[in-house]
Design a protein around this ligand. Structure first.
Ligand SMILES: [Zn+2]
Length: 136
C-alpha cells in the first residue's frame, strides 16, 4: 500500500516558515537585539532570550556537518521511501538545520559537502525544504 509522507503542521511560531516554503523560499529567524540567526522557529532568541525577532530569507546554501543513511524508517510512510539520507546542515548564515539530502547523488554525500536548498513537493501545495549536493 502506498502511503503519503506527512504534511507540515504549522503552528503560530512556524506558520510564516511554511508559507514561505510553499513559495520556494527558506526563512530563518533573526534576533534584532543580538543579531543571532536561528532555527527551528521559536518566539524567544535562544542566545539572549529577546522576543524581538524577525524573519529573514536564507540564501539556502550550507555545508553538511553530519549525516546518516536511514534503512529502517520510523513509520510505514517513510519505509516506503527508504533508504534516504538525513543530515545536519550548517547554513552559511549560521543556523543548523536538520533535513534530507536528496538528488541523484545523495548517497555519495560526505561531511563537508556543499549543499543548496531545494523544495520537496508533498502535495496540496506543501513544500518541504530539503538539500541537494552542489556539483563541483
Ligand atoms: Zn538574541
Amino acid at each position: 500500500m502506498q502511503m503519503s509522507l506527512p504534511q507540515p503542521e504549522p503552528n503560530a511560531d512556524s506558520l510564516p516558515y511554511w508559507q514561505a516554503a510553499r513559495e520556494g523560499r527558506l526563512l530563518v529567524r533573526r534576533c534584532t537585539a543580538c543579531g543571532e540567526r536561528h532555527f527551528m522557529p521559536r518566539h524567544l532568541c535562544p542566545s539572549c532570550w529577546s522576543d524581538r525577532l524577525e524573519w529573514v530569507e536564507s540564501e539556502g546554501t550550507g555545508r553538511v556537518e553530519s549525516y546518516s543513511i536511514v534503512h529502517r524508517a520510523p513509520t510505514a510512510a517513510f519505509a516506503a521511501v527508504a533508504p534516504y539520507v538525513i543530515a545536519l546542515i550548517d547554513l552559511d548564515e549560521g543556523p543548523r538545520v536538520f533535513a534530507n539530502v536528496v538528488g541523484d547523488d545523495a548517497f555519495e554525500v560526505a561531511i563537508g559537502d556543499r549543499v543548496r536548498v531545494t523544495f520537496e513537493d508533498r502535495g496540496n501545495g506543501a513544500m518541504i525544504p530539503q538539500f541537494a549536493r552542489v556539483k563541483r
